[in-house]
Design a protein. Sequence first.
Length: 141
Amino acid sequence: MRWMILAATLTLASGSATAQAAQIYKWVDAQGVTHFDAQPPAGQPAQELDTQKPVAPPPSAHSRPESAQEQLDVDAKVRRQVAAQEAKRKDYCATQRTNLAQLQNNPRVRQEVNGEFRRFTEPERQARIAQVKKSLDDTCN
């Protein structure tokens, strides 16, 4: 019984292989229409197509790790740049918060202009406080 099943399976498998090996012909008629058929046309040249071409192999596995490694390197570089920018932003925010505290707590704030110290007037101090608050809101929050 097993022998018969094996023989039937082999017969079917060899039959499908010969069906796949059938020749296909391609030609263009007088109207410019391309035709495909199992029989060549009478009185016209036809191109015989090879239907048994192997399937193209998948892309090389060697190229993938290189591109993946390159992508990892780029990702790491971007992460370092973002971390450096974030550290600069934190330092800037800390400095601005210190400046705001000094401006709010000390009414006699001085600024060096051309080597000489000049004291802020109250409207200048309030304008500077508003400017620092806006900078903190825009950058640090």
